[in-house]
Design a protein around this ligand. Structure first.
Ligand code: ADP
Length: 251
């Protein structure tokens, strides 16, 4: 009967979805080893490239850049697979929001130019309950995007606000902005507003998909406000149960 067919179809869909997830996880894992070998040789070549003809030097630089890009892609795919599988959940703990952000900023300042102005408004006593690793990747993707998509610089504000009701982590930039018709698709895997722009900025198109999954794990919601040519604000709204204010001396 109809009901039985429906149940069978749902089970089949579930199986197919599991197969897709397993395939992505296995393929990404298998790509890691050969890539590590290639990267190792490229790094060696890079050290001796000064004595080689210019055209070969260019090729080596290109290989080095592309292998870093591929490594990032594999890391992002593996992270997404882990986020999608329910059995490998990270441990939840209380973390100081400013610790997570400070640690991210140590690496992101490298991609900023003199035109970028960074301002953080995060109280020392703000605490969040969750997985450090997952929150780090979500916040890091938002901060890196704010820099990447502000090619002409501008102010980037990183803020934490909390109330009785929730805690909001937001990243605001004065960059390119996003056309409203693209906003609903931003968190889809590999979705990019402008593919050409994406390949120049070195993104994988997986960043916001990662953000979405991390927020799901933390019962949080993503809000995107953006205006082309003016800039964007990405805000993560965490429920009150995951937010706390501690006396600074307790940490
Ligand atoms: P990518 O690796 O391409 O940055 P993301 O999933 O992080 O992938 O973002 C998807 C797309 O959303 C980007 O390619 C870009 O077009 C757009 N986007 C994300 N963040 C911003 C931002 N702060 N300003 C403008 N566009 C953005």
């Amino acid at each position: 009967n109809d009901h039985l067919i429906f149940v069978r179809d749902v089970t089949r869909l579930h199986l197919l979805e599991q197969m897709r997830k397993d395939f992505v996880a296995n393929a990404s894992h298998e790509l890691k080893t050969p890539l590590t070998v290639i990267k190792g040789y490229v790094e060696t070549l890079d050290m001796f490239k000064d004595n080689l003809p210019k055209s070969m030097q260019k090729g080596i630089v290109n290989m080095a850049e592309q292998s870093v890009r591929m490594e990032q892609l594999i890391e992002d795919l593996l992270l997404l697979s882990r986020l999608e599988s329910d059995d490998k959940r990270e441990e939840n703990q209380w973390h100081r929001v400013s610790d997570i952000v400070e640690s991210i900023l140590k690496t992101t300042t490298a991609i900023m130019t003199d035109q970028h102005k960074l301002a953080t408004y995060i109280s020392e006593d703000a605490r969040i309950y969750g997985s450090y690793k997952e929150l780090y990747s979500a916040f890091s993707n938002l901060i890196v995007n704010a820099v990447k998509y502000s090619p002409d610089g501008g102010e980037i504000n990183i803020k934490w606000e909390s109330s009785e009701l929730n805690g909001i982590f937001s990243v605001k930039d004065q960059g390119l902005g996003i056309d409203p018709r693209h906003v609903p698709r931003l968190t889809e895997r590999f979705f990019r507003v402008d593919k050409g722009r994406g390949s120049k900025t070195g993104g994988t198109g997986l960043g916001l998909a990662i953000v979405k999954h991390v927020l799901l794990h933390h019962e949080a919601k993503l809000q995107i406000r953006s205006l082309p040519g003016t800039g964007s604000t990405f805000s993560c709204h965490f429920p009150a149960s995951r937010v706390r204010k501690d006396a600074v001396s307790q940490s």
